[in-house]
Structures are given as structure tokens and as C-alpha cells.
Write a protein that binds this ligand. Structure first.
Ligand code: GTP
Ligand code: MG
Length: 931
């Protein structure tokens, strides 16, 4: 099989270029040319017909391209400034092959030097007889397709072939030796071992130490047979050599080349400045000088055999994946630009009078299937399209390797800029094109299995939502995305969600373009995002978790993470070390009464004095600090209830960290029902904040209710984040980060209120205590009335004076109110209620329902309760028959009606009056009758 790359040219361009090339066959002629040439990869079958190369072949060629480019360290401007407007003039009589092309200056120089400098003349060779209608075939630009047969100018007339040292040196040190420039026929039988080795080196690109002539000849012939395209030459391989063929054969072979299948891909060819065609440079027919190289037939030698042969073979037999086939087929049906190239190729081949067709390809696609490279040369870029097939087998190593890298930084920068443009050119005009591969930041190809959305698609989606409404994805898909078979309604839904995120996360101060996702192919313009936002707001689609624009930044996330970290570490700090017996000596006293109240405050604020005043229990009070060093309990008799009041040592700043036994003090206060924070009215206002902070540091939450956040850990299923209302402090990402900090990866979170990050952390920690706190400002006798008035108006505050016994009753009332004790009086059946000894319930101590009331009396009472009769504020009428779930209120009177024992046997007419066993077998057998 021979694989060739055929050139499709533009006839008009050809004429112009040929004229230009003749008049000014230099670089300037090239610069005037803007139209690119489409190269298509074809294959010559056994009948000599050119058939389109298969995908595997294209893939293999691309591999070779890549490999060669990566192997070849040679970098030259001329490599990338490919001249594709080559004008060929083939004389039927032959004998003349004119190649005029606007090669770069380097090429001109090298090509001009080559005939003179080349010491490799071999043998006389007939001038090539080529049909003018033919499409000149080029071999694929790989290292295997190198070599040229020269006809004349050889100072060394022999049958061997010699490497063109000048040319080799001209192109620099190559990693692979190039195939020698041959002249005339080659008869391997006549070559010496050394010459055979040279030939082998030229053919395969590597040296060999084998001296076996037969082996060398066989390998060389095999290499030539497999790799060289002799169809465009007058050479054939015959009898251990490359020999001339008849004119008829040449004519036939050329005729075969004209028959082309239009369905071929395009391929870029890099023309090298060197006359020795090296690796991926195999252009043999271009000459910038426009001079005639008479008798120089272009035989692109396929000096094959490289180390990748086996790999390529493996690739060819590998079955393409289903996805690859699907995408390729979709792409082929969709790619209008690809069709353009194909059709151009078809036209070019079908035009009888042209041999080169320069195709003005203007569209640029990045779908991985075709790509037009625009290399900058001077002011006018030359566009070189080539096939860039999607290869699902492995990602293309480097996008840039397909584009020859110039040594000039400027050109390199330009190319990068162009690449960026290409990336961003996913525009309206290319709406049907989708990127499958994208160049990543490190220059390697990053493959995306999904098709990135184009701007036109996004606009269509937004229009569809505006027209049909969000949620009607199937309808939008059917009506607006009918031609986009690869877009499902789920895709539309997902994209709309991402657009919503992007639009609500976008800060107004940000620059106009913002991506909804990090790796999206196109940035969404600000107007579209604004439109999305408008639509979402109109259709009440504001996602709760994205309604806060403040989350566009990372500061909140970072702060949230830090808060979670601090809370976690603080919890670890407060936990007693494992293995220890726990805390040391504490202040804990036995619980007594119906409620417990702790006195917390700085030293010498009057706590002990207050205890003495309220309870009658003496507690040492003095004018120096830390008079009290332990917990002193007292009992307050109030409203037929007993309330335990605890006098505690004074705490100072840093108590939560253990200063002044502050931790034990706070631990006792944690066990109480409410906290009385005693403050000195004559002291700084900051004391209140300090104490609040200290208590909160150990998990006490004063005058707060638990956050309305439902949180439940799960074993599997990930994190489900939901909210019943728009959130302004927490979003999904922040919630995930905080949970991640606690190493929670499976949980259910439901926000029922606009909670803060601290609330979420409290819920996750789960050990917070929410308590009522009354701020008691003592010693108001020493401050002005204005200050007293101001303090008294603060929430949860009360002003007192222990010395003057001012406002103590209000303090007790407030305390009672905050404690929420519920007194229930019992009423025996047929008797008066007992108002002397109530049953005291509270929400903090087991609840206030009838069942709690029964349990408070005795645990076994609940199952005997038939119903209860309730008098009081909780009853709608007196008495009300209530069940166990009825909620009781303060000073209710309850009468319990128990079930009767005889009712156990049934009710009404179903009642069982007999005590006989239910089953006959259980009955006692009567004694048999005596006869
Ligand atoms: N002017 C005035 N002084 C008071 C009042 N209540 C208490 N004091 C004085 O404040 C000083 C401290 O009183 P204590 O009851 O020992 O204060 P404490 O908070 O128990 O102090 P520690 O036990 O050290 O924490 C005493 O000298 C009291 O006489 C008040 O209402 N007015
Ligand atoms: Mg005291």
C-alpha cells in the first residue's frame, strides 16, 4: 500500500501564482498569496486508483507527524511558513518539470545551493514525462516519506546513492539521516556493502552494521517497495533495483492518480527548506527560485522502517470505540466546513485543466477533525488546513507539535495568540462545530468527552427558556434544538442550571466575561448572563444557594473553613484527654427543686449578696474579689415551686481557657436552666460582651434558639443540600467545605432559615447548649437614673440593687417567666383539686404534655390512662377530655381517668361473660358416665 498526499489546488490561484512566481519568485510572491492549499490523504490501491485514506491511516500518518515532529529537533521558519501555492508545470513531452513556489528565503537559498553543492549525482535519468492534468502527489510528511531522485548534476556517476552532506548540514543536525538524493536507476546488485549500508541508512533513516548483502538488499527493496510512491515517477522497482519504466507505464500511473475519490481528508504538508527531505519535510517539487529543475522527477521516497511500525500496526487493528464512531459520524454529517474541503477536493480533482487548486478556506474549526493553521509569514498569513482527526485511543500529545515551532519567539507568540483566538472562535458562525479536544494549559491535549456549548447554543437556550419557560426542556429541545441531535433535554437543563449559577455568582465589578465553569469552552458574555438572571427572577427561579452575590469571591469560603477549623479544635481542646478520669475537683452540687439558676459574673459584683437576699442562704460577701471560691446553693421558694440558685466564684476573661477555674464555673452554669449574669452597673459595658464570649466559647448559646437546620449524617449517598428559603450567608459550596472539614461526606442538610456559618457549625458540632440568660445589673444605687434607664431598656436585662433591695421581685418574676415552669394541680375524682403541691413541668425538663405529667407522677400510669379531664388555660371548655398528647399550661388542673379492669374482656355485646376456655381442647374433660 502506498499512501500519498494529494494536492488540491485552485486554478486561478495557480495562474496568478505562477505568474507571480516567475516574475518575482521570491518570498514576496508568497506573501501575496492568501489562499491555502488543501492536502488530502489518499491511498493508492492495487489498481493505481487513489482512494481516500482510512481513518486508521490518517491516524497513523498523524502519529508519524507527531512522532517526527517530536523527534526532530530541527526548527526553522521555513518549516512553518509552508508554501502551498506551488505551481507545477508538467510538460507532457516531458521532459520538464517546473516547480515554482514561493518558498521562504531559506528555501530559496538551500534549493539553489543544492544542485551545485550536492555531490550525489548518480546516473543519468530520463526526464519525467508527466501529464499536465495530473494532481501531483506528495507523500505524507513523515520521516518515512523522504528522499528525492535527482537526474543530473551528479559529480559522482555511479549506480549507488550518496547522502547529500551539504544539504544535511544545511538543515542542521538531524536526528535521522535523510534519504540520499538519487539520480537515475539504482541497481543494488552493483553496490558494495558500504553503499548498501548507506542506502539502507537513507531508506530507513538509521544505520546498520549488517554486512550481509542479501539481507541489506532485501530490506532496502522492501523499504522502497513499501514506502515509495513510484506512480509519479519513471521509476519502478525491478530486479533488485530501481529502474526506469516505459512511458506508457508512467502515463498510466499518472492517469490513475487523477481518479480520486472526493471523500478524502485534508492534510497539512510542511515544506522543508532542505533539498534533502528530512522527516516530515518531503516536498520535492517546490522551488522558491522558480528555476527549472529539468529532469528532476519528484519521487517521494518512503524510507520506512522505524521503531513505531509495530505500534502503528497495533493502532490500525484496534477497533475504534463506539463513541468515537458516533461522534465521527455526527461530525461528518454536521461539519459543513469539512464538506467544503471535501467538495473542494472533488472539484479540484474533477477539473481537467488544473492540477492545483488553492482553496480559500476561511472557516476555522477546533473540532479536532479539521483545522486550519494560519502561519504568519510577513504580513500575510498562509492558511494550511490539515486533518486533525479525533482519536479516542489516546489524546494527542501536543497540539503545538502539529504546528511547527519556530525559533523566533515572535512567531511563536503569534501562534499562541492565534491558538487562543482559535479557541475563542467558537462563535456563531461555527455554531455546529464542537470541540472535542482542547489544548490544556501545559500544552498537552485535554480531551473532553462532552461537547462544549457554543455561544449560539447558549443564546438559543436562553431564547428557548424565555419563550417556553424554564422546565420545559423537552419542548425547547424539540423546537429550538432540533438540529442538535447531541443535545438532550437533560443537557439543556444542566446548562441552564450552570448559567443560573454563573449569572447569580457574577459580581457586577467583574469584567464582562465570566465562565460559569472553570473549563467551559467559551466565556459567557455579561449580557447573556444578565438576561439569564432576568429570566430567572421573572420566573421565580432564583436558586436559593446562589442568590447571594457575595459568594462570588473566595473570602467567604475561606472564612467559613477557618471557622469550622477553629470550632473543631476548640471542641478537641475542651474534651478531657482520653484515659484520664475526667475533670478534677468541680463545683457540682446536687440538683434540687424544680429548676436551677446559676449566678455568673465578674468578681465582687454582688452575686453572694444577691443569693443571700433571694434565698436566705448565707454566702460570704465582701468587698474584695474572689470572696466566693466554691459553689453555694440556695433555694428560692417562688410560686409554690423551689428554684435552686447557685452562687459561683467570679470568672474573668479567659475563663473558658481555664483561668481562675473558670472552666468549672462555666460547666456548672451549663447544667442550670437559666443563667443570671450579674453585672456591676457602675462598671464597663464591655463586661457583658466578655462574659458572653467566654460562655459561647465553651458551647453556651445565650438567648438563642437552636438553628432551624436539619442535619443528619448518613452512611452513603453523599451530601444533599437543600433549603426552604433563599440563603444569604451559606451556599452549597460553603456547606460542602465545612462538612468536608469535619470529614463528613454523607449527610442530609436542610436549611429552614437563613442561618449563618456559625449556626451550621453549631448544628454539626451538636454539643451546643441554648440557654436563657438574664442580664442583672446590680448596684444601681451608685449610678445615675439615666444610666439605669438605659440599662433597663436593654433586652433581657433587669436592674437591681441588693443593698437597697430594689427590683428584686421583678427579678424573680423575670426569672420565673424565663424559666417557663408549668404548675399542674391534680384533682382526685369527686374531690377538690390539691393546690398545695403542684406537679411542676418545664419544656427543658421533659416537656409539658399530659403524658409527661403522667410520667412525672409514675411511669406505669400512662398505660392505665383512659383520658384526662383538664381545667385551665389550655382547655377549650371545662372540663375538656384530653388525650396524652394534650399540651398543658401553667396552673392547669388535671384529673386522670383510668381504664376499668373489666373492660379488658371486650366491649358492649361482644363482652365476654364466660370464664370458660376459648378452645374446646382446653376445656377440662368430664368424667365418663358410669353405666
Ligand atoms: N453599692 C452597692 N454595693 C453592693 C451591692 N451589692 C453588693 N455590694 C457590695 O459589693 C461587694 C461584693 O459583694 P459580693 O456579694 O461579695 O460580690 P461577689 O460577686 O460575690 O464577689 P465574689 O464572691 O468575689 O465573686 C460587697 O462589698 C457588697 O457590699 C449593691 O447593690 N450596691
Ligand atoms: Mg461571692
Amino acid at each position: 500500500m502506498e499512501t500519498v498526499v494529494d494536492i488540491v489546488g485552485n486554478a486561478e490561484a495557480k495562474v496568478e501564482d505562477s505568474v507571480a512566481a516567475r516574475n518575482k519568485p521570491t518570498l514576496t510572491s508568497l506573501q501575496k498569496i492568501a489562499d491555502p492549499v488543501v492536502y488530502q490523504l489518499v491511498r493508492v490501491d492495487r489498481n493505481g486508483r487513489l482512494v481516500p485514506a482510512t481513518e486508521d491511516e490518517v491516524m497513523a500518518v498523524e502519529d508519524l507527524l507527531e512522532d517526527d515532529k517530536s523527534e526532530n529537533g530541527f526548527v526553522s521558519d521555513s518549516v512553518q511558513t509552508v508554501e502551498c501555492n506551488t505551481n507545477f508545470k508538467h510538460d507532457l513531452d516531458g521532459l520538464q518539470f517546473q516547480a515554482s513556489s514561493g518558498l521562504p528565503r531559506d528555501n530559496v537559498k538551500l534549493d539553489a545551493e543544492a544542485p551545485n553543492a550536492s555531490p550525489i549525482p548518480v546516473a543519468d535519468f530520463e526526464k519525467v514525462n508527466v501529464q499536465p492534468k495530473q494532481s501531483v502527489s506528495l507523500l505524507t510528511p513523515t520521516a518515512e516519506y523522504v528522499g528525492i531522485f535527482q537526474l543530473e548534476g551528479s559529480p559522482k556517476p555511479s549506480n549507488g546513492l550518496v547522502e547529500n552532506e551539504t544539504a544535511t548540514s544545511a538543515i542542521g543536525t538531524s536526528s535521522k539521516p535523510d534519504f540520499s538524493v538519487l539520480k537515475g536507476e539504482i541497481h543494488l546488485d552493483n553496490l558494495t556493502v558500504k553503499e548498501l549500508q548507506e542506502t539502507f541508512k537513507a531508506t530507513f533513516g538509521r544505520e546498520t552494521s549488517v554486512k550481509d548483502k542479501q539481507w541489506l538488499k532485501r530490506r532496502i527493496l522492501m523499504g522502497l517497495t513499501n514506502s515509495c510512491d513510484f506512480s509519479t515517477t519513471t521509476l519502478v522497482i525491478k530486479d533488485n533495483g530501481v529502474v526506469k519504466k516505459d512511458k506508457e507505464e508512467i502515463y498510466n500511473s499518472v492517469e490513475h492518480n487523477i481518479l480520486l475519490d472526493p471523500e478524502v481528508g485534508s492534510m497539512s504538508v510542511n515544506h522543508e527548506s532542505s533539498p534533502t527531505f528530512h522527516d516530515n519535510q518531503k516536498e520535492s517539487h517546490s522551488n522558491a527560485t522558480g528555476m527549472e529543475l529539468q529532469g528532476y522527477p519528484t519521487v517521494d521516497n518512503y524510507g520506512s522502517e522505524d521503531t513505531n511500525t509495530e505500534q502503528r500496526a497495533t493502532k490500525r487493528v484496534r477497533k475504534p470505540t463506539k463513541r468515537y464512531i458516533e461522534e465521527l459520524s455526527e461530525g461528518e454529517s454536521r461539519d459543513s466546513c469539512a464538506k467544503l474541503i471535501s467538495s473542494v477536493g472533488h472539484r479540484a480533482y474533477s477539473q481537467p485543466s488544473t492540477d492545483i487548486h488553492v482553496t480559500p478556506v476561511q472557516k476555522v474549526g477546533l473540532d479536532g477533525r479539521w483545522l486550519i493553521r494560519r502561519d504568519s509569514l510577513g504580513g500575510s498569513g498562509v492558511q494550511v488546513p490539515y486533518v486533525s482527526r479525533v482519536r479516542r485511543s489516546r489524546p494527542r500529545e501536543n497540539f503545538m507539535t502539529l504546528m511547527p515551532v519556530t525559533s523566533s519567539d515572535k512567531l511563536y507568540t503569534e501562534r499562541k495568540v492565534e491558538l487562543e483566538e482559535l479557541k475563542n472562535l467558537d462563535s456563531n458562525e461555527n455554531s455546529d462545530e464542537d470541540s472535542v479536544t482542547m489544548p490544556a494549559a501545559n500544552g498537552r491535549m485535554r480531551r473532553k468527552h462532552h461537547r462544549p456549548w457554543t455561544l449560539s447554543e447558549v443564546v438559543k437556550l436562553v431564547e428557548g427558556v424565555a419563550k417556553y419557560g424554564a422546565g420545559r426542556w423537552s419542548e425547547i429541545k424539540r423546537l429550538a434544538f432540533a438540529s442538535y441531535s447531541y443535545r438532550t433535554s437533560v443537557d439543556l437543563k444542566d446548562k441552564w442550571r450552570n448559567l443560573l449559577r454563573a449569572s447569580f455568582a457574577q459580581l457586577p465589578a467583574e469584567k464582562g466575561m465570566q465562565n460559569s465553569r472553570k473549563h467551559t469552552s467559551i466565556p459567557i458574555p455579561a449580557p447573556i448572563l444578565l438576561r439569564v438572571r432576568e429570566l430567572a427572577e421573572v420566573q421565580a427561579q432564583v436558586p436559593p444557594s446562589f442568590s447571594a452575590s457575595r459568594f462570588a469571591g473566595h473570602t467567604e469560603y475561606h472564612l467559613g473553613q477557618l471557622k469550622a477549623k477553629i470550632a473543631k479544635l476548640r471542641t478537641q481542646l475542651l474534651e478531657p484527654p482520653k484515659g484520664s478520669s475526667g475533670a478534677g475537683e468541680g463545683f457540682e452540687v446536687t440538683k434540687f427543686g424544680h429548676g436551677r439558676v446559676a449566678l455568673i459574673g465578674f468578681p465582687s459584683v454582688g452575686k453572694s449578696t444577691l443569693l443571700t437576699m433571694l434565698t436566705g442562704t448565707h454566702s460570704e460577701a465582701a468587698s474584695y474579689e474572689f470572696t466566693t471560691l466554691t459553689c453555694i446553693p440556695g433555694i428560692i421558694h417562688y410560686n409554690d415551686t423551689k428554684i435552686q440558685l447557685l452562687d459561683l466564684p467570679g470568672i474573668i476573661e479567659g475563663a473558658s481557657e481555664g483561668k481562675g477555674r473558670g472552666r468549672q464555673v462555666i460547666a456548672v452554669s451549663k447544667s442550670s436552666d437559666i443563667v443570671l449574669m450579674v453585672l456591676d452597673a457602675s462598671k464597663s459595658e464591655g463586661h457583658r460582651q466578655i462574659l458572653t464570649r467566654e460562655l459561647e466559647a465553651v458551647g453556651l448559646r445565650l438567648n438563642k434558639r437552636p438553628p432551624q437546620i436539619y442535619f443528619r449524617k448518613k452512611k452513603t449517598g453523599g451530601i444533599s443540600f437543600n433549603s426552604t428559603l433563599p440563603l444569604t450567608h451559606v451556599d452549597e459550596k460553603l456547606c460542602y467545605q465545612i462538612l468536608h472539614e469535619y470529614k463528613i461526606h454523607n449527610a442530609e442538610v436542610l436549611f429552614r432559615e437563613d442561618a449563618t456559618v456559625d449556626d451550621l457549625i453549631d448544628v454539626i458540632e451538636g454539643n451546643r447548649k441554648y440557654m436563657k440568660c438574664i442580664y442583672v445589673y446590680n448596684k444601681i444605687d451608685v449610678v445615675g437614673i439615666d444610666d439605669v434607664d438605659r440599662l433597663a431598656r436593654q433586652p433581657n436585662s433587669i436592674v437591681i440593687s441588693c443593698n437597697l433591695r430594689l427590683n428584686l421581685d421583678r427579678l424573680l418574676a423575670k426569672m420565673w417567666e424565663e424559666m417557663g415552669l408549668v404548675r399542674i394541680y391534680t384533682k382526685p375524682q369527686g374531690q377538690q383539686p390539691d393546690f398545695s403541691d403542684p406537679v411542676v413541668l418545664s419544656a427543658g425538663r421533659g416537656g409539658c404534655t399530659v403524658e409527661d405529667f403522667c410520667n412525672h407522677i409514675h411511669r406505669s400510669l400512662v398505660k392505665d390512662v383512659k383520658y384526662v379531664l383538664v381545667w385551665g388555660t389550655s382547655a377549650r371548655h371545662y372540663p375538656q377530655h384530653c388525650g396524652l398528647s394534650h399540651g398543658l399550661q401553667d396552673e392547669d388542673v388535671v384529673q386522670i381517668v383510668k381504664k376499668k379492669e373489666r373492660e379488658d374482656g371486650g366491649r358492649g355485646r361482644f363482652k365476654s361473660h364466660s370464664n370458660a376456655p376459648a378452645r374446646i381442647s382446653d376445656r377440662e374433660k368430664k368424667a365418663p358416665l358410669k353405666t
